[in-house]
Design a binder for this molecule. Structure first.
Ligand code: NDP
Ligand SMILES: CC(C)CCC[C@@H](C)[C@H]1CC[C@H]2C3=C(CC[C@]12C)[C@@]1(C)CCC(=O)[C@@H](C)[C@@H]1CC3
Length: 384
C-alpha cells in the first residue's frame, strides 16, 4: 500500500516498473527473452529503422510516449511536432540526455493553424520517406470551473464511478475562435490533425506496388468522447457546452472513417483513451496542491475505476501496445484503453465504438470540403 501511494506521489517522475504490455513484443516479453532472442529482436529492429511523428510531444503523454518508444525501439527516429520551438527543443534535449544515441528531431507545427500545419508537414515530408507511426496526440480543453454541486450529488449516487471515468457534467468549458475562423478546440484537436493526415498521405502505408509497408495512425481520444455531444450539423460545436467531448467523439469517427478510406493503402487508424492522467491539462483544471491533497482519494478510486491511470507511464500503455501489434489483426471499431489493476499495473482494455459508417462518411466529406476551401485560400495568397 505504501509503495502504491509512493508511486502515486511520484506520478510524473519516470517510473521504473515493468508495464503490462500484452502484445506479442511486449516490454515484459523483451525483458524475459534470452540474450540470443534479444539480439535477434534488436537486429531486426535495427534493420528497419522506424519513424514516429508525435504531435504535442513536448509534455505530458506525448513526451512520455516518445521516451517509451525510444526505450522499446532503440533505433527509432522520432519527430516531435510541437507548437513552441523552445519547449520542443527542451523536450528533445531531455530525451537525448536519457537516450544518448536517440535520433530525435523537432518540427514546429501548431494544429490550430492551417498555415502552420502545411509548413510543418512540408518539412516532415522532406525529412522522412515513410512514417510508421503517426501519433495524433496534441489536445486542449478550456475549463473555466468545476460544477461542485453536481460533483457532491454525483458522489452519493450510482453514477459515481462513471463520473470519475468520464468527467461527464463536471466541467464548465469555454471555447474560442482561431485566426482561421474555426472553433479553437475543434481545430486543435481534430481538424489540424486531419489536415496533417491529408498532407502526409504519400508518406503513409505502401511505398510502392512492390513494397508493402504498413503505417499506423494513432489518435489520443478520451473516455469523455460522447456521441450525444457531437452533432454533424454543428461538428465544430459552436452551439454546445462540451467542445472537448465533441472533439474526442469527432476523433473516434475520423479514425473509423480513415480505416474505410486508407486500409487498402496499408494505413490503419486506431483510437486510444489514456485514462485520467495528471498532466498540464489536468493541473489546469484544479491547482496542483489540490490534486496532491487528493492523492489518498485518487489512490482509493483506482480500485474501482480502472481508467484512473494517474501517471503518464500508465496512461501511454495503449499507445505503446498498439505500436507492437500487427494492425491488420485489429478491429477498426475498437477503442484501446489504458487501464490499471488494483496493484497499479497498467494493461490494455478494449471497448467497442459502434460508429455509424454513414456518419463517418458524411463527416469526412465535410472535413474535405473545409480543407479544400483552406487550400484554395492559402494557394491564391501565395500566387498573389
Ligand atoms: N490528461 C488526461 O487525463 C487525458 C488526456 N487526454 C488527451 O491526451 C492528449 C495529451 O494531453 P496531456 O498530455 O494530458 O496534456 P498536456 O497539456 O500535458 O499536453 C498537451 C500537448 O499538446 C500540445 N498542444 C496543445 N495545443 C497544441 C497546438 N495547437 N498545436 C500543437 N500542439 C499543441 C501541448 O503543447 P504546449 O506544451 O505547447 O502547450 C502539449 O505538448 C490530449 O489530446 C488530451 O485530450 C485524453 C484523456 C485523458
Ligand atoms: C478527485 C477530486 C476529489 C475531484 C476531482 C473532480 C474533477 C475535477 C475530476 C473528476 C473526474 C475527472 C476527469 C477529467 C478531468 C477532471 C475530473 C472531471 C477528464 C475530463 C480529463 C480529460 C479527459 O479526457 C477525461 C478522460 C477525464 C475524465 C475524468
Amino acid at each position: 500500500m505504501f509503495l502504491d501511494i509512493f508511486s502515486l506521489i511520484c506520478s510524473n517522475l519516470p517510473s521504473t516498473h515493468s508495464s503490462l504490455l500484452t502484445g506479442e513484443k511486449s516490454d515484459r516479453d523483451l525483458k524475459s527473452s534470452s540474450v540470443n532472442e534479444m539480439e535477434s529482436i534488436q537486429s531486426s529492429i535495427l534493420q528497419k529503422s522506424k519513424v514516429a511523428v508525435i504531435t504535442g510531444a513536448n509534455a505530458g503523454l506525448g513526451f512520455t510516449l516518445a521516451d517509451r518508444l525510444l526505450s522499446f525501439y532503440p533505433d527509432i527516429q522520432i519527430c516531435l511536432a510541437c507548437r513552441n520551438k523552445e519547449r520542443g527543443l527542451t523536450a528533445a534535449a531531455a530525451l537525448t540526455e536519457k537516450h544518448p544515441k536517440a535520433n530525435v528531431h523537432v518540427e514546429i507545427l501548431d494544429t490550430s493553424s492551417v498555415a502552420s500545419v502545411l509548413s510543418g508537414t512540408e518539412a516532415i515530408r522532406k525529412r522522412y520517406d515513410h512514417i510508421d507511426y503517426l501519433y495524433l496526440n496534441a489536445g486542449i480543453m478550456k475549463v473555466t470551473g468545476v460544477d461542485w454541486n453536481y460533483f457532491w450529488k454525483g458522489l452519493l449516487s450510482s453514477r459515481v464511478f462513471y463520473m470519475f471515468a468520464t468527467g461527464e457534467g463536471l466541467l464548465c468549458q469555454e471555447d474560442g475562435v482561431t485566426e482561421d475562423g474555426l472553433q479553437c478546440v475543434f481545430q486543435t484537436n481534430v481538424f489540424g490533425h486531419y489536415v496533417m493526415v491529408k498532407e502526409l498521405e504519400d508518406r503513409l502505408g505502401n511505398v510502392s506496388s512492390t513494397e508493402q509497408k504498413p503505417s499506423q495512425i494513432i489518435w489520443t481520444s478520451s473516455s469523455a468522447s460522447q456521441a450525444k455531444n457531437f452533432k454533424i450539423e454543428d461538428f465544430q460545436h459552436k452551439n454546445g457546452k462540451d467542445p472537448y467531448s465533441s472533439s474526442k467523439f469527432a476523433i473516434d469517427i475520423l479514425s473509423v472513417a480513415l480505416n474505410e478510406k486508407m486500409n487498402k493503402q496499408n494505413v490503419f487508424s486506431h483510437s486510444v483513451c489514456p485514462g485520467l492522467v495528471m498532466t498540464n491539462m489536468t493541473y489546469g483544471i484544479l491547482p496542483q496542491w489540490f490534486w496532491t491533497l487528493m492523492i489518498p482519494l485518487l489512490w482509493l478510486l483506482h480500485f474501482f475505476v480502472p481508467s484512473m491511470t494517474n501517471n503518464t507511464e500508465n496512461g501511454t500503455e495503449a499507445l505503446i501496445w498498439l505500436s507492437a501489434q500487427d494492425p491488420m489483426t485489429l478491429d477498426p471499431q475498437t477503442k484501446y484503453m489504458s487501464h490499471v489493476n488494483v496493484f497499479n499495473k497498467s494493461y490494455v482494455a478494449k471497448s467497442k465504438m459502434n460508429i455509424n459508417p454513414e456518419l463517418a462518411e458524411k463527416f469526412i466529406q465535410e472535413l474535405d470540403q473545409l480543407n479544400n476551401s483552406f487550400q484554395l485560400k492559402l494557394k491564391s495568397k501565395v500566387k498573389n
